[in-house]
Design a protein around this ligand. Structure first.
Ligand SMILES: Cc1cc2nc3c(=O)[nH]c(=O)nc-3n(C[C@H](O)[C@H](O)[C@H](O)COP(=O)(O)OP(=O)(O)OC[C@H]3O[C@@H](n4cnc5c(N)ncnc54)[C@H](O)[C@@H]3O)c2cc1C
Length: 399
């Protein structure tokens, strides 16, 4: 293959990982992102990188040491409580268990960005339009007036991907659950009761009636989490609540969660941040499209799914890595896209269906015994490790 002109739209985990591995293979892509800088917006909370997905990509990118320097192995701890605060299940990772360590999303993004060659990412480039041109090339036009033509455009542009329109009419559907993102600062001194409930990792709590509180310890004494309930997208309009008014949202939540015990209420009302609505959407699953020369999708753009199971970023990283390897390995960009998409379609279909179903069940209002989360975490961690070993075995076989 002569040196192809490759544009990656989106500098999230998928796009940055793809760029990093391409550069490792001696191929120079350009990443375009709408954000003004790597840290120009709140990236959200913590996430776990699984041995059989995110960590495979990090290893291939030579970034496991950089990851370990930031990761929190103790953050793998999980507790499930009911609305009364009673502990229903608990998991503490064994010494040496590194199957799914936690990292703050902002730290992950910055770490990936800092390991790219300078000038790789063009910030402040919001893609407006990608138009197919001759021989599989595409013309890209950006909101700042810039434009370019490329041999391959990789849509790593997330949930509302404009690149996706080149491949499929599929659009995300709202999953019917409102998540209010809430942050607690300096928890060990300022919110000791919250620190005690959350512990070192995650705490899931549901009342079996469609309401939940899910909180996670982040780095630097921060706890972030979600107060979640089944609701229409514009629930606050119907309820007459100004969502930017912290006190008004609190009063609404206290009514909505009135059956929850006093020990659990600080998780709903004592946040130091405003409540930020983060609604969950998912693409139809399984989702595939006809092979189209010169364009493909990685990460959420290809398979946006409910966050249950924590697969989104893991798949985004693995997609980015595998597409980059395929571009290096195959003789043509077309063959590379075909090779990557065949594997990605099969993997993401199964996981997306499972994640979307898990969210629906977790927020079920019809069953008095909504499915228990976390599942058997010790077994889950063994599964991550076993699948990672199998992945490496197949990779060596196909090398
Ligand atoms: C509340 C919440 C909690 C979550 N929790 C977890 C979790 O615990 N574990 C987990 O693995 N996943 C989790 N996810 C999912 C995870 O955030 C995504 O799967 C992951 O970020 C996907 O990475 P990506 O690179 O594909 O897309 P993104 O991270 O969305 O990055 C897309 C990038 O594209 C850029 N972009 C978008 N449009 C344009 C445009 N027109 N032009 C230029 N640039 C553009 C954006 O600025 C952005 O930087 C969660 C998601 C949410 C909303």
């Amino acid at each position: 293959m002569t040196t192809p002109r490759i544009a990656i739209i989106g500098g999230g985990p998928a796009g940055l990982m793809c760029a990093r591995i391409l550069q490792g293979h001696g191929i120079q892509p350009t990443v375009y992102d709408a954000d003004a800088a790597v840290d120009s917006r709140d990236p959200g909370g913590t996430l776990d990188l699984h041995a059989d997905a995110g960590q495979i990509a990090l290893e291939d990118a030579g970034l496991m040491d950089a990851f370990r320097a930031l990761a929190r192995v103790e953050g793998q701890a999980k507790t499930r409580r009911d609305q009364h605060g009673t502990v229903l299940a608990a998991f503490t990772p064994d010494e040496g268990d590194e199957a799914a360590p936690e990292i703050d999303r902002g730290q992950l993004r910055t770490m990936l960005y800092e390991h790219l060659q300078p000038g790789t990412v063009h910030w402040g480039h919001k893609l407006l339009q990608a138009t197919p041109a001759e021989n599989g090339t595409h013309r890209l036009e950006f909101a700042n007036g810039a434009s370019t033509e490329v041999d391959l455009v990789i849509g790593a542009d997330g949930a509302w991907s404009p690149i996706r329109r080149l491949l499929t009419d599929a659009v995300p559907e709202y999953l019917g659950v409102c998540f209010l993102d809430a942050r607690f600062d300096d928890v060990d001194t300022k919110h000791p009761e919250i620190a005690a409930i959350v512990g070192d990792g995650h705490m899931f709590s549901t009342d079996g009636a469609g309401r939940a509180v899910i909180v996670q310890r982040n780095s630097n004494g921060v706890v972030r989490g979600y107060v979640a309930f089944r609701a229409e997208l514009d629930w606050y309009v119907t309820a007459g609540v100004d969502i930017t008014d912290r006190a008004a949202v609190r009063a609404y939540l206290l009514r909505e969660f009135s059956e929850w015990a006093p020990i659990m209420r600080p998780l709903i009302t004592d946040n130091d941040s405003d409540y930020i609505q983060r609604s969950f959407w998912a693409l139809p699953a399984p989702l595939t499209w006809n092979h189209t020369p010169g364009v493909t999708l990685i990460g959420d753009a290809a398979h946006l799914m409910a966050p249950f199971g924590g697969h989104g970023t893991n798949l985004a990283l693995l997609d980015g890595a595998e597409l980059a390897h395929a571009i290096k390995k195959e003789n043509t960009l077309d063959d590379a896209i075909a090779r990557y998409e065949t594997t990605m379609f099969a993997r993401s279909a199964e996981i997306a269906v499972g994640s979307n179903t898990a969210l629906t069940k977790f927020f079920a209002t019809t069953s008095p015994d909504a499915p228990h989360l976390p599942p058997d975490q010790a077994q889950e961690h063994k599964n991550y490790e076993a699948r990672a070993a199998e992945y490496r075995r197949r990779q060596t076989e196909n090398a």
